[in-house]
Design a protein around this ligand. Structure first.
Ligand SMILES: Nc1ncnc2c1ncn2[C@@H]1O[C@H](COP(=O)(O)OP(=O)(O)OP(=O)(O)O)[C@@H](O)[C@H]1O
Ligand SMILES: [Mg+2]
Length: 243
C-alpha cells in the first residue's frame, strides 16, 4: 500500500543547532503512528513541518496538503462560539451540516452555542478535535493532545480518538510523552533521538484491539531503553516530562 504521507531526509536547524538531521517517515492511510522523545528532541519541530507551519532546510515532504492539527491547548477563538470555531475556514453552504455532524461525533452537540471560556478542559479538546475532523483531513496531527487532561478524561478521549480514527481512517501522527498512551493508541511507535528516528516498534494487537500484557511489558521496556530512561521506573506509568 502506498504511503499517505512521506518525508525523506528532512533537516531543520535553528541558528547553528541541528534539531532534525535527516528524518525519514512514511504513514499509510488509516495508520496511527506515535512519536516519543525527550523534551527538546525535535518532536514538535517535525510535527510543525508535517503541518506546513514550518519548512525544512532540506528534504522531501509529500502528502501534507490536507492536514489538521490538535495541540495540547484547544486554541479556540474566545470571541467565537463553539460552532463557529468548528466551522472556521468552511464555506457557509457546507458548514452547518458538517459542523453539526462533527460536534455530534465528539459528543458536544449540546454545547454548540457555548463560549469557549465556559467549556471544561475535556470539552475544549473535543471542540478542537471536531474542528480538525470537520475538514476530513488525510493527515491528523496530534501534539500531546491529552497532556493537559486529568487521567479519567484522558481515558475517555482515548476511546473517542480510537473510534473516530476507525471511522475516518486518516493517517495519524501523534506526539506524546506517555509511553502507555503510545502503546495503547498506535500501530507503530517511533523514538526520536539526536535528530533521527532511532527506534521503531510495531504494536501487535489481539482481535479485540487490546495489547497482550506480556507484549505490552516488553514494548514498554524497549521504549524505555530507547529513551535512555532508568529501567527501575518500568513498573510505574511513565511520563517523560511534565509539560
Ligand atoms: N522557532 C524556533 N526558534 C529557535 N529554536 C527553536 C524553534 N523551534 C524549536 N526550537 C528548538 O528546537 C529544539 C526542539 O524543539 P521542539 O519544540 O521540537 O522539541 P520537543 O521535542 O517538541 O520538546 P517538548 O517535548 O518539550 O515539547 C529545542 O531546543 C527548541 O528550543
Ligand atoms: Mg513539543
Amino acid at each position: 500500500m502506498t504511503a499517505a504521507v512521506e518525508i525523506r531526509g528532512v533537516r531543520r536547524s535553528f541558528a547553528d543547532v541541528a534539531v532534525l538531521k535527516g528524518v525519514d517517515l512514511s504513514i499509510r492511510r488509516g495508520e496511527f503512528v506515535a512519536l516519543l522523545g525527550r523534551s527538546g528532541s525535535g518532536k514538535s519541530t517535525l510535527l510543525r513541518i508535517l503541518a506546513r507551519l514550518d519548512q525544512p532546510d532540506s528534504g522531501l515532504v509529500d502528502g501534507t496538503e490536507n492536514t489538521a492539527v490538535v495541540f495540547q491547548e484547544a486554541r479556540l477563538l474566545p470571541w467565537e462560539r463553539v460552532a463557529s470555531n468548528v466551522a472556521m475556514g468552511l464555506t457557509r453552504a457546507e458548514a452547518r451540516a458538517r459542523v453539526r455532524n462533527a460536534l455530534d461525533e465528539v459528543g458536544l452537540s449540546h454545547r454548540w452555542n457555548a463560549w469557549p471560556a465556559t467549556l471544561s478542559g475535556g470539552e475544549a479538546q473535543r471542540a478542537s478535535l471536531a474542528r480538525a475532523l470537520v475538514r476530513e483531513p488525510h493527515l491528523l496531527l496530534l501534539d500531546e493532545p491529552f497532556g493537559a487532561l486529568d487521567a479519567l478524561t484522558r481515558i475517555t478521549m482515548h476511546e473517542l480518538i480510537i473510534e473516530l480514527c476507525d471511522r475516518h481512517r486518516p493517517a495519524v501522527f501523534m506526539v506524546t510523552h506517555d509511553i502507555d498512551e503510545a502503546i495503547k493508541l498506535s500501530d507503530r511507535v517511533l523514538v526520536i533521538d539526536q535528530g533521527r528516528i532511532d527506534r521503531e516498534l510495531r504494536i501487535k494487537r489481539l482481535a479485540d484491539g487490546s495489547v497482550a500484557p506480556d507484549f505490552g511489558d516488553k514494548a514498554r521496556a524497549d521504549l524505555l531503553d530507547a529513551l535512555g530512561v532508568n529501567r527501575t521506573a518500568r513498573s510505574r506509568p511513565v511520563l517523560l516530562s511534565a509539560s
